[in-house]
Design a protein. Sequence first.
Length: 722
Amino acid sequence: MAEVKTAICRFCHAFCGVNVTFEGGRPVKVLGDIQNPMYHGYTCIKGRQLPEQHLHPERLLEPQKKVGGRHKSIASEAALDEIANKLSQLIRDYGPRSVALYTGTYSFPYPAGAAMARAFMQAIDSPMSFTSGSIDQPGKPMALAFHGRWHAGPQPFAESDVWMLVGANPVVSKWGGIPQYNPGKRLHDALQRGMQMVVIDPRLTECARKAAVHLQCKPGEDPTILAGITHLIIREGWYDRAFVDAESSGFEDLKAVVAAFTPEYVARRAEVPADKLMDAARLFATGKRGMVTAGTGPNMAPRGTLTEYLVLVINTLCGRWVRAGEPMPNPFALLPTRLGRAQAEPKPPAFGYGTKLRVRNLGENAGGLSAAALADEILLGGEGQVKALLSVGGNPLVAWPDQLKTYDALKHLELSVCLDIKMSATAKMSHYVIPPKLGLETPAMSMPNEGVWFYGMSTGYPEPYAMYQPALIDSPSNSDLLEEWEVFFGLARRMGLVLRLNGQALDMNHDYTTDELFDILTAGSRIPLSEVKKYPHGHIFSDPSIVVLPKEGGCDERLDIGNALMLEELRTVRGETLTGHAGYAGSFTFTHRLVSRRLNDVYNSSGRDIPKLMKNGRYNPAYMNPSDMETLGLHAGDVVEIASSRAKILGVVEEADDIRPGVISMAHAFGDAPTEDHKLFSIGSNTGRLTSVDEDYDPRTGMPVMSAIPVNVRRGDQAIAR
Ligand SMILES: Nc1nc2c(c(=O)[nH]1)N[C@H]1C(S)=C(S)[C@@H](COP(=O)(O)OP(=O)(O)OC[C@H]3O[C@@H](n4cnc5c(=O)[nH]c(N)nc54)[C@H](O)[C@@H]3O)O[C@H]1N2
Ligand SMILES: Nc1nc2c(c(=O)[nH]1)N[C@H]1C(S)=C(S)[C@@H](COP(=O)(O)OP(=O)(O)OC[C@H]3O[C@@H](n4cnc5c(=O)[nH]c(N)nc54)[C@H](O)[C@@H]3O)O[C@H]1N2
Ligand code: SF4
Ligand SMILES: [Mo]
């Protein structure tokens, strides 16, 4: 008998509300849930593969331990005993700092897991907690720390008449600007309404095709372009003078620095026509409502923090923050009520506080400790060396920058534990691999997407939406799986630790359920979780009485559009020479720039083992403009050698006339250990290997150059097996 149940898809962070059909207790089909008020029936090809993902023949069903170079099954209780013993010994011998945690992509959909992992690190008193956010867009929280956050939040997409996307492609990525909850429909509706969009991207992306103005720029020049737009907005008087006077500081300093970024200068440097730059500035600034938002492209290119800062500056110049009396964009549902005020928040410290790393003078910063420094922390001997790595839902070997260094570091560890559903590239190198339950087997809630508010200037859900999903099926019979949180709770129990969740000490003798933990995590929420559970299709818990409050009397916080550090960096940019590829080490001798991108069918390193997601091949093509291919004598399917100042990789070239000449566009997190390079056509290649963590990096966040990477490209050895 077939049975249909609603679920939260956790293949990616978008959390679509879906309908799952079960037959004989097995998931067989996934479709969008038309009745869901946030997603309106949307699913993508990845989400529709949840059954294949759950029933995958290579899914790990038992913990693995590496013995004599090979992985063998081990009972979960025994694995936790051994790991707890080893951790205790390392902490005794080398101190708590010898234990590091890395939470990757799949920490997001499992809030109890991420919270328990952090609680564990607190309990052992190790400051070495790292997240994939630090190699994603750490410039976002950094820029907010420099500029300040508008307490009530940004203007909502649904009411905007203009929008500007800088190196983001939300229709595919479900991230980076347009609310990631059925972004295709949201964009379609907005365009129907008359909204106009500016897209700044070296590729004619799915979003750029819908734009009124597309600046198909040379990658890596976003600070210059945005400074040029800022200059035009000021020069033409298109800014919101009343808002700028009342709520910001530093206008005159900003005006002086951006004056040097004339349209002619920007045109020469970023290779965008001056009149198009003017069109972009005019369209955006003379619109009434709408934001500039940036994505991973420019955040991974040099000076991501400066780019994000200029994004905030343009929004502030145009007064694009919600004002007193307007509806509060998202007062939250599963988090405590957020009442917004029409005022700037006090600025948190951006850097120079808290934990210090031992390399590159890096340390705690608004973007978190840099995962790009973790390989060095493992390799560098002496006091404070990291000896154990606990990796949760991440894949360091293929996702971290500077792959060759990461490879060395992972071999160097005394203890590596990887929580993963399959033998990923990192799992294969780990001493222990602990497989967790998957999304349909554990309860889910939408809360993490509310927390997005605190990462950048997005509101997460545009409205106070919430959904809960109970566990819908049992894990496969004969499996020995632990939820992520159970691993950390189990280790803590063995090590005699008391963990704290959401300010509450846990009873370490109690056998918690995930639902009990959800109750703890949502304590004090605006809408009780028990209420949310009554709506299997999810629900928007609107309350029209919640409007943005006026500025508090005596509040003299201002948004800082003239931050001295940021303007100094912008002056440095302007001082760079313009011949060749200016800006970063060694770039003069390189002919191309390699840019990051997302592929629709896969999610970072996930999905490449699911048949329907492999129809475009198992590798990550090196997309190039046909004119570049002709110059180099290349044909589609040829093997190319791509060389940066750090390393060389092979790629399989594919023709793409949506990409600017001089640019190679390639997805990350493909490939495997360097020993597997000969499998190019079945595993792809690792663009992270081209990046260097200690050559070009942001001195405060440690973020290396991971897009707009200067490279040379030439025909490679065609003999490689297909
Ligand atoms: N299907 C799918 N969805 C995903 C992912 C996936 O792997 N697959 N990954 C997820 C993750 S981890 C994240 S963080 C989000 C990211 O979400 P987005 O930030 O939207 O990521 P992309 O779609 O790669 O868009 C980045 C764009 O930047 C452009 N770009 C590259 N370099 C530059 C530059 O120097 N300047 C400018 N202006 N543009 C540049 C690229 O051409 C690309 O179009 O996506 C998430 N969603
Ligand atoms: N060169 C370059 N490097 C990049 C980027 C880039 O654009 N260019 N992008 C960066 C960005 S934005 C990010 S976010 C990082 C991503 O960095 P990571 O998060 O480290 O990498 P992923 O490939 O997403 O790793 C996810 C792992 O989780 C496993 N997994 C899948 N489902 C589950 C589950 O339910 N539970 C658990 N425990 N595990 C599961 C998958 O099998 C996979 O091994 O990469 C960064 N690296
Ligand atoms: S966008 Fe696709 S993978 Fe992401 S949650 Fe929705 S259906 Fe799942
Ligand atoms: Mo990411």
